[in-house]
Design a protein around this ligand. Structure first.
Ligand code: ADP
Ligand code: ASP
Ligand code: MG
Length: 412
């Protein structure tokens, strides 16, 4: 039997009525002769609620307990989806991650998938089951404990299942009808893309466009999974949505194809650290050990052997970062006068494969922001992207101004 993976995000399973609508879509594919693996997220808002409970109970929580709590939302929707399908006379059953078992590394709260055995689920397909409903976002670590794959991780569960089972396609059903030039919720001129190259999608995702989790794009690229993003609210058609594909499949490449933003960034500065060989390792080693995801780094010019070191990280890791730095200071590993956290910043990035062969994108980006009176705090670049850190209050304005300046509402 040909096989499809269909993933439904939080808003697509937010109510019993929406679960029924999603199940009907699954039923359509089953009627066409497909076996289907359905990956579900928790109902919209559920995971945030669970994360809130964890933080309230224990701000510097034990990540193993965090995982056992926040993974529970998906268990509910997996069971409800299986029951809904059974009510429609479609033979279905649910699996939690550990039952598959979807094996992961032991990096709790940010685990990576290491293995998905197919025998267990395939045996049920052979017995006549037509839909396997799998709880997304969760797995089991080497220590036998439940793990989660990081926020948005159900996308990665879906692509990994598509790769493991050799699915014909992996369809990601969400609350927008595809991948846009920027988040359609903050820029009404955003344009839906029919196709986007893996590499561009990878950058957009890692820079904040949460429509796909970064790891899911990486996996799709590595295992050549046919990946489509589409709406679970609109009419079904074979051409719907956005196809994430190889660069070669796209006729015209834009210099800039998208603008991404990440709202929850913080800028931290260590004031007056000794400028000596090994200082960066002495700072960023303990931060990594504490599980802080450092993104941008700037070391200022030293004066009299002392310098300021600035880095950015997600806002919810500021406390961890501060603790790691104070601990390192107390052991004498580093010395600084003060640590200052600016939690009111956002990161804006422009992305495009065409940048490889076009100069001037950075200059244009900086000019657009300066014309809007937006001050740039930190800059980083790579081959196909430019990112800046700015005050969060200018985030929407900056995204819209850049979208206009690079004429993204027009197709190439
Ligand atoms: P789900 O719950 O289905 O996984 P998410 O909220 O994780 O959905 O992702 C979908 C959201 O991603 C959209 O509602 C949209 O606001 C946001 N988004 C950000 N950037 C983009 C983009 N470039 N294209 C489409 N959606 C985007
Ligand atoms: N429910 C999880 C989250 O909200 C995983 C997912 O939806 O992909 O992050
Ligand atoms: Mg998501």
């Amino acid at each position: 039997m040909p096989l499809l993976v269909m993933k439904f995000g939080g808003t697509s399973v937010a109510t019993l009525d929406r679960i029924r609508r999603a199940a009907k879509r699954v039923g359509v594919e089953v009627a066409k002769g497909y076996d289907v693996i359905v990956i579900v997220s928790a109902m919209a808002g559920e995971t945030n609620k669970l994360v809130g409970l964890v933080n309230e109970t224990s701000p510097l929580f034990d990540a193993r307990e965090y995982d056992s709590i926040v993974s529970s939302g998906e268990n509910v929707t997996a069971g409800l989806m299986a029951l809904t399908l059974q009510e429609m006379d479609v033979p279905a059953r649910s699996w939690q991650g550990w039952q598959v078992p979807l094996r992961t590394t032991d990096t709790h709260a940010a685990a990576r998938i290491t293995e998905i055995p197919t025998d267990n689920i395939n045996a049920k397909f052979a017995e006549g089951m037509q839909v396997a409903v799998v709880a997304g976002f969760q797995g089991i670590g080497p220590d036998g404990r439940v793990t989660t794959l990081g926020r948005g991780g159900s996308d990665t569960t879906a692509v990994a299942f598509a790769a493991a089972f050799g699915a014909e396609r992996c369809d990601i059903y969400t609350d927008v009808d595809g991948v846009y030039t920027t988040d359609p919720r903050i820029c009404d001129k955003a344009r839906k893309l029919d196709k986007i190259a893996f590499e561009e999608m990878l950058e957009l995702a890692s820079l904040g466009a949460k429509v796909l989790q970064t790891r899911s794009v990486e996996l799709a690229m590595r295992y050549n999974v046919k990946l489509r993003v589409l709406s679970s609210f609109e009419e079904q058609s074979d051409e719907a949505g956005t196809l994430v594909c190889d660069e070669e499949e796209i006729m015209e490449l834009n210099v800039v194809s998208g603008v991404a933003y990440s709202r929850d960034e913080a800028k931290m500065t260590l004031i007056s650290v000794a400028d000596r060989p090994g200082i960066a390792a002495a700072i960023f080693g303990p931060l990594a050990d504490a599980g802080v995801n450092v993104d941008m780094i700037v070391q200022n010019i030293a004066e009299e052997g002392r310098t300021d070191m600035t880095f950015s990280c997600p806002t919810d890791q500021v406390k961890r970062a501060e603790k790691a730095m104070m601990d390192a200071k107390s052991t004498g590993a580093i010395n600084f006068n003060d640590i200052v956290a600016d939690e009111g910043v956002a990161k804006i990035s422009v992305v495009g494969i065409g940048m490889r062969s076009h100069a001037g994108v950075a200059a244009k980006m900086f000019k657009v922001l300066s014309d809007e009176g937006v001050n740039i705090k930190v800059i980083t670049t790579s081959e196909i992207k430019i990112s800046v850190l700015i005050d969060r209050k200018y985030m929407e304005l900056a995204v819209q101004a850049l979208h206009d300046a690079f004429e993204l509402e027009k197709s190439a």
